[in-house]
Design a protein. Structure first.
Lengths: 286, 264
């Protein structure tokens, strides 16, 4: 059977093998190479690129830990923004639902650079956000959003939110309305019904959304590049700088290996945590 | 007022606020693009001057041409690679099918930055250096999983007995493909092409890593423009791109359902 299918499957698989698998393996190999004067790669086996990053407290604090913190923060804020929206949209029907869904999905199909342009108009020193906040007396002095981590976090929340709304809705739409009704009939308050029935059943959707958005945020490089500054050294941006501006491919490769490994570790941690959460809920129900 | 009502109203208000958050930067760009007095808001009139300037800029037109060629070529190649694979996956069961599917979808699992860096290093390694090939390969491989996903979904609804019928009356393989299979899954193919095109058209990270000098796609061109110069001409260009994305959104929604297409 597989032999008969070889002609149909092999072009795609071959493309993946030559242009994804081999290049990724080659990144791992390159991370152990050395860089000679004049940006020449020297084939050798050294751990220098790793110790240069992992042995330097400055990189560890200002790049790795900083990226972890920013990714967790912006993912968490995305979830807080997305959850109520997903609950609300799941209840709507007809035209209202179509409009809301279009608004949610629009940022996913409009290019990042295009979206960033609008945000720059909003963020600038005398821009819309500062004028609005000062007019509303939220604060008196203009706040720096542009070239600052505040702007980066807002952008990451903005980009991440639609993904979480969509994956939460997958879960919410599967919940039978009769479940909530039944809980209400036996005397549960709306709040209890939500907390005991709806919330646990949205865990799979929430988890799926978290995995996607955390990974996107952890690997972010375009947003810190366009909105951030030298004070927003997220690891994706450092990889970009080392590879394209400093032409230090071995170091950029080592950083990539570190980034993927740390991301994988955090995802494993999340899987364990969510497994526990769901299991505990099931235990409690028994 | 019961607590339930209060909750419902709060939920509604919060959703409204979030929708404003999502749409605001898009609206701001559109308004700045047609506002005669540069950046002075609220708008004081309507002008298409910025659009004229943007559409007559040599840099932008060049970038547009590059993005157009890149988008069409990579969407075509991605679909040509994905279609036979999707057909094999949908119609046959074999050992290791799930694993093969995962491999074909793997570009989605790798951060774009690292995928682009890997290709960049790989092409340096095989001695190719900077050129057009890495850029086109990068875009094609990046959008291929999306084509796989849409084509797989549309082939699930396809009845293979149509093909058998065509073969029975003497049509060859190629003839059957072009006069039966492709017309039947037309909407799937068009949506897949549209999605691949728009993803390539909007891509920034892959192009930043892989575009050779003289072949700068539009998003990278727009980025280098707004890095140094910040005016309403850029707004008009951004607005044009927004309108194009809206067109793509409508096409995708009509043909395949936007939500199914974007499922991550």
């Amino acid at each position: 059977m597989i032999r008969r299918l070889t002609p149909s499957l092999s072009p795609g698989l071959l493309a993946i093998f030559i242009f994804v698998a081999l290049p990724m393996l080659w990144v791992v190999r390159t991370s152990f190479n050395d860089l000679a004067q004049g940006s020449f790669i020297v084939e050798t086996f050294t751990l220098d690129n790793y110790t240069r990053f992992l042995g330097d407290p400055w990189y560890l604090v200002n790049t790795l830990w900083f990226t972890v913190r920013i990714a967790i923060l912006s993912t968490a804020v995305s979830v807080i923004c997305a959850y109520p929206v997903a609950l609300y949209i799941a209840r709507t029907t007809g035209v209202q639902r179509n409009i809301l869904m279009a608004l949610i999905m629009a940022p996913l199909l409009i290019g990042l650079v295009t979206l960033v342009y609008g945000w720059i108009v909003i963020f600038r020193g005398g821009g819309l956000l500062n004028s609005l906040m000062i007019a509303l007396n939220v604060y008196d002095e203009p706040v720096r959003y542009m070239w600052d981590i505040k702007g980066v976090v807002i952008l990451l929340v903005y980009i991440g939110m639609p993904y979480i709304v969509l994956s939460l809705m997958d879960s919410i739409e599967r919940i039978s309305p009769y479940l909530v009704e039944a809980a209400r009939n036996v005397g549960a308050s709306p709040w209890t019904a939500f907390w005991k029935i709806v919330f646990p059943l949205t865990m799979p959707g929430l988890y799926a959304g978290l995995v996607i958005v955390f990974s996107l945020n952890f690997a972010a490089f375009a947003v810190p590049l366009m909105i951030g500054d030298s004070n927003t050294q997220m690891i994706g941006l450092v990889i970009y700088r080392e590879a394209l501006l400093n032409n230090d491919l071995p170091f950029a490769s080592a950083l990539s290996v570190i980034m993927v490994s740390v991301n994988a570790l955090i995802l494993v941690g999340m899987a364990v945590l969510f497994g526990r959460l769901i299991l505990n809920r099931l235990e409690a129900k028994r | 007022m019961t607590r339930l009502d209060f909750g419902a109203v709060a939920l509604r208000l919060f959703t409204l606020l979030m929708m404003i958050f999502l749409i605001f930067p898009i609206l701001v760009t559109l308004v700045v693009a047609v506002n005669p007095r540069e950046f002075i808001l609220p708008p004081s009139g309507f002008t298409l001057d910025w659009f004229k300037a943007a559409w007559s800029s040599q840099t932008f037109l060049r970038g547009m041409g590059v993005s157009l060629v890149l988008g069409v070529v990579s969407a075509t190649l991605a679909n040509a690679l994905a279609l036979p694979a999707a057909m094999a996956m949908v119609r046959h069961d074999f050992r290791g099918k799930a694993a093969l599917n995962l491999i074909l979808m793997s570009p989605l699992l790798i951060p774009t930055t690292i995928f682009s860096l890997a290709l960049y290093i790989w092409f340096v390694r095989i001695g190719y250096g900077a050129g057009l090939l890495p850029l086109f390969v990068g875009h094609t491989v990046h959008v291929m999983p999306y084509a796989m996903r849409i084509l797989t979904a549309s082939l699930h609804n396809f009845d293979p007995s149509y093909e058998e019928a065509a073969r029975n009356v003497g049509a060859g393989r190629v003839r059957t493909l072009f006069s039966v299979t492709l017309p039947v899954i037309r909407t799937g193919l068009i949506s897949s092409f549209a999605l691949c095109f728009i993803l390539s058209w909007n891509d920034f990270p892959i192009s930043v890593f892989l575009a050779p000098p003289g072949w700068t796609p539009l998003p990278v061109e727009l980025y280098s423009y707004i890095k140094f110069q910040y005016d309403a001409v850029a707004a008009a260009l951004a607005a044009s791109l927004i309108l194009l994305s809206v067109v793509a959104m409508v096409i995708l929604d009509q043909l395949a359902g936007l939500r199914r297409v974007l499922r991550s």
